[in-house]
Design a protein around this ligand. Structure first.
Ligand code: NAP
Ligand code: GDP
Length: 348
């Protein structure tokens, strides 16, 4: 049975990837960071008590700031594949916490690669490693962007991802390690963090529809992104590690839309006019933004035989349907006298 180790398993992508690998009969080991509240909501449906013979998902406490802990986990798990998805992944937050972002996203990747290099030498094995790169690395580079487009990062997050990307390339070239860089364009789902713009919009829309709130406050509506479905994108991660040779791949839909178009599609689907409910608040603008990301996924389409299955319209509707249901549940709770937090209003 193959064993995969996933950092960032509690995140959006980690949860879809864990589902995919469990379906393919892997044993999945996840690194979870300690928090004072539970942070495993996205993977709770996959978890069995480790005493249960059915259990194939196992969790270890760890953090990308703690290299010793990472080394210990490698020695316990003996993975065949590693997916490094852990990150402080929010661009706006990276302007507020640049040093922390660099430490986890950039240096954290280096810590894991160092641990892996030593593990491989000690055990005489080769492990396949996936590095979660981002279209934010292209930043201000002219669209469409592909594997040959020079990086032009526009935030501490993006600069840190560029560092992680080049650490990964350097370890592949220096030590012959099997390391793939996925350069993934924005991908969303009903599990997307609630402070990313798509989910912030659909979460607010659900609440507006059931009367729990009236407005949502946003920043730059002109930014364009190439938005795909996270469930499709984790398949590409796995495919990269099944190839004969390690390489870098852009994963995208090849279609971009503005934040305004996302609003039109989402509110239109729910039978509402977005301009009645959206206010612009300067706090959501970034010191430097990325205007237009549009990926060219030709290499992945030919080399990995990967293509996205969910269209933009289907993605928006999937998220709206989910968040409308969630808002109805919140409404029921509120009507029964419970406190319902309006986090979407304050989010980044
Ligand atoms: P996400 O939902 O924000 O998940 C990030 C994961 O990293 C969470 O499990 C989080 O744990 C964990 N994490 C954060 N800080 C950590 C630390 N110090 N040590 C260990 N784990 C830590 O992100 P995602 O959307 O799934 O994205 C997965 C990866 O792909 C990230 O590296 C992201 O930067 C990159 N990426 C994402 C996109 C996208 O559109 N989604 C596009 C390109 C690249 P908690 O649950 O405890 O917070
Ligand atoms: P990013 O591409 O990783 O930064 O993903 P986000 O979903 O956080 O942001 C996508 C785009 O939406 C960026 O250009 C943001 O400036 C823009 N945007 C506009 N209003 C908001 C907002 O209220 N929150 C967030 N997160 N982004 C916003």
């Amino acid at each position: 049975m193959k064993r995969a180790l996933i950092t960032g398993i509690t995140g959006q992508d980690g949860s879809y990837l864990a589902e995919l690998l469990l379906k393919m009969n892997y044993q999945v080991y996840g690194i979870v960071r300690r928090a004072s509240t539970f942070n495993t909501d996205r993977i709770d449906h996959l978890y069995h008590d480790p005493h249960d013979p059915k259990a194939r998902l196992f969790l270890h406490y760890g953090d990308l700031s703690d290299g010793t802990g990472l080394r210990r986990i490698l020695e316990r798990v003996h993975p065949h594949e590693i997916y490094n998805l852990a990150a402080q992944s929010h661009v706006k937050v990276s302007f507020e916490e640049p040093e922390y972002t660099a430490d986890i996203v950039g240096t954290g990747t280096l810590r894991l690669l160092e641990a892996l290099r030593d593990y491989q030498t000690a055990h005489g094995v080769q492990i396949r490693y996936y590095q979660a790169g981002s279209s934010e690395m292209f930043g201000a580079a002219r669209p469409p962007q592909n594997e040959d487009t020079p990086f032009y990062p526009r935030s501490p997050y993006a600069v840190s991802k560029v560092a992680a990307h080049w650490y990964a390339v350097n370890y592949r070239e220096s030590y012959g390690m099997f390391i793939c860089n996925g350069i993934l364009f924005n991908h969303e789902s009903p599990r997307r963090g609630e402070t990313f713009v798509t989910r912030k919009i659909t979460r607010a829309l659900g609440r507006i529809k059931v009367g729990l709130q009236d407005k949502v406050y946003l920043g730059n509506l002109d930014a364009k992104r190439d938005w795909g479905f996270a469930g499709d994108y984790v398949e590409a991660m796995w495919l990269m590690l099944q190839q004969e040779r390690p390489d870098n791949y852009v994963i995208a839909t090849g279609e971009s839309h503005s934040v305004r178009e996302f609003l039109e599609e989402a509110f239109g689907y729910a039978g509402l006019d977005w301009s009645d409910h959206v206010e612009i608040d300067s706090r959501y603008f970034r010191p430097a933004d990325v205007d237009h990301l549009l990926g060219d996924p030709s290499k992945a389409m030919h080399g990995l035989r990967w293509k996205p299955k969910v269209t933009f319209e289907e993605l928006v509707r999937m998220m709206v349907d989910y968040d409308l249901e969630l808002a109805k549940q919140e409404k029921t709770l509120k009507d029964a006298g419970h406190v319902v937090a309006l986090r979407g209003v304050a989010g980044n």
